[in-house]
Design a binder for this molecule. Structure first.
Ligand code: GUN
Length: 282
């Protein structure tokens, strides 16, 4: 019998604890905790993500300042805004919602100081993760680790397979699992024997971006399956990268979509922002 990894429930509990910590911080320091969010253009998914991030900020007591820039904004204007926010001592975290419109370069993100990089995307923060040093970790893979920790799922010595090698999810996910003593395989679009690789996984993380890509024949009996995907199926219904209905009976643990990794991601953003505020006081 499989067990659902209920991201919504775990996220609620973590947010509850965080709300208390933030309340204490504000009381003792007499200061707000502020997250600046930059949203460029009209990308529908990005608008929903940003709306959810603002809602989570309200819930835990973080002040969010949203800067909505038009689709046609220039690189220079975007960079000027980031510089202004970087220099503003009252702002603890800066988040530029990705993807940016095609004419803009992500190099703008280099202007976010490491200390305000609540997404954990900066070269220094990623480098520290690789060196297993304390750092700010990208929210989605960090949220996955928190779920595994919450359910006491053992990682040490296990075979972990990450499908997807994005800078936002796949790569940092692989590093976190490696730092936690898993034996890690990273698969991607050019991997030849994907099914065989996946079948070795005690912990399988799907971060591909294709609806129901991971099918039952790719999953080992008793595996823990983590679905990072957020897609629409043939009927327009939200679904993950895992064919949940057919895969679930093979699993010890499985995350649903929605209600799995998604709520954890936003919770870790709140946590990273709180940590940035704490650091700014030291
Ligand atoms: N777009 C999709 N996921 C993310 C994320 O974690 N952070 C940012 N900034 N943009 C994203």
């Amino acid at each position: 019998m499989f067990k659902i990894l209920d991201g919504k429930k775990i996220a609620e509990q973590l947010r509850c604890e965080l709300t208390e910590k933030i309340f204490e911080f504000k009381k003792i320091k007499g200061k707000k905790i502020v997250l600046a969010v930059i949203l460029v253009g009209q990308n529908h998914a990005s608008q929903i993500y940003v709306r959810n991030k603002i809602k989570a900020c309200e819930e835990v007591g973080i002040t969010s300042l949203v800067h909505r820039l038009p689709e046609q904004v220039s690189q220079q204007e975007l960079e000027n805004l980031i510089k202004t926010l970087a220099d503003d001592k009252s702002i603890n975290g800066i988040l530029v919602q990705l993807p940016l419109p095609a004419h803009l370069s992500q190099s703008a993100l280099k202007l976010i100081p490491d200390s305000k990089d609540v997404d954990g995307f900066s070269e220094n923060n990623v480098g520290k993760l690789c060196l297993n040093l304390p750092t700010t970790v990208a929210c989605t893979p960090y949220g996955v680790m928190k779920m595994l920790e919450y359910e006491h799922i053992e990682i040490k010595g296990k075979n972990a397979v990450v499908v997807g090698r994005s800078n936002i999810v796949g790569k940092p996910m692989a590093m976190l699992l490696l730092n936690a003593d898993a034996t890690v395989t990273v698969c991607h679009s050019k991997t030849k024997n994907l099914k065989e690789q996946c079948l070795k996984a005690d912990i399988l993380v799907a971060a591909i971006g294709q609806a129901k890509f991971i099918t039952a024949d790719m999953v080992k009996d008793g595996a823990t399956v983590i679905d990072v995907g957020m897609n629409r199926d043939e009927n327009g219904k939200v679904c993950g990268d895992v064919d949940f209905e057919n895969v679930k009976d093979k699993c010890a643990y499985i995350t649903p979509v929605p209600g799995g990794v998604g709520p954890m991601t936003i919770t870790m953003l709140m946590y990273n922002t709180y940590m940035a505020a704490l650091r700014s006081e030291n």
